[in-house]
Design a protein around this ligand. Sequence first.
Ligand code: NAP
Length: 352
Amino acid sequence: MSKHEIKVGILGATGAVGQRFVQLLENHPWFRVTALAASERSAGRPYPEAAVWRLDTPIPEAAREMSVTLCEPGLDCDLVFSGLDSSVAGPIEAAFAAAGYAVVSNSKNHRMDDDVPLLVPEVNGDHCRIIDYQRKRRGYDRGFIATNPNCSTIGLTMALKPIADHFGIRQVAVTTMQALSGAGYPGVPSLEILDNVLPYIGEEEDKMERETLKLLGRFRDNRIEHSGIVVSAQCNRVHVQDGHMECVSVSLEKETDTKGLAEALRNHRGLPQELGLPFAPRHPVIVRDEPDRPQPRMDRDAENGMAVTVGRIRPCPVLDMKFVVLSHNTIRGAAGTAIMNAELLRTQGYLD
Ligand code: NAP
């Protein structure tokens, strides 16, 4: 292990998001996985036995040799990524932060705490500065908690950010078609989803409506001022393995046309691209001109699953403009964004 590498642990390493962390962190230039943790059901067992591996690449060699431990401070690492079930994530993540670990989480528990950054690096990377206030307020010396939003909110805000910057947004109406992997494993029973669409995903609409406002808000005077945009979300589960699709209509403060909106999206670059972070896609938003794109099977893996794809940009007779956005829910919508959050935090000095 080189002296520049940072030791990382994965909490919830056996789950759907945990497995993505294990997969995506293999060969990461800055981070080396040194601990895998999960529940009492898995603790003490070899990782390949405790985790029923569901991804289409083999279990990384290093993880194959490791045993699962309990999610308790004392792990041999400085940073933990959390893919913990939300029924347990809150106190476990707080205990790790208090014990001096950097905690970068996917779970919902701390997302809306007013001293915790809710981050998508291309959208609001500057919000990470609230960590200084968090440490002071909670008495953490080295540790902290940073979070990423819900998977469908990540795809949505990646598209909204350049539009808000160029034209200003008043209202957003979004209808999602969300993949099965978003429900973890074993997830939705097959007899409920075969030949069917489920028009309800618990808490999802509320998360999209609230988290979007924090992400598009402004960091000022140790506070995150939430955006005043009005967001209405309708969330559906569909029979797709990976890739959340979202149909979005927006009303704008400044008029534009299809070409203007496409250019703003296509040219968008953020902090990850400026800083050349290892997980940064070259083009965070890919715009497709074909009338039948994006599609989950064809577009979810764009730029290794880290780019979102927007298509079908056209005027909306009710609001001003409408379009379709697609993102890979367990890569860009979960583990991939969390890893890039940690990369950003390292460049900003929070992992020193
Ligand atoms: P999952 O497949 O059900 O995995 C849950 C993980 O939590 C497992 O590793 C499990 O370990 C562990 N766990 C459960 N109870 C525990 C306990 N009492 N103590 C310690 N560990 C415990 O869920 P997931 O889909 O990966 O989701 C994980 C988190 O990420 C959730 O909060 C979810 O809302 C969020 N998220 C998921 C997605 C997605 O696309 N799936 C996207 C964004 C965010 P055992 O195997 O030992 O039970």
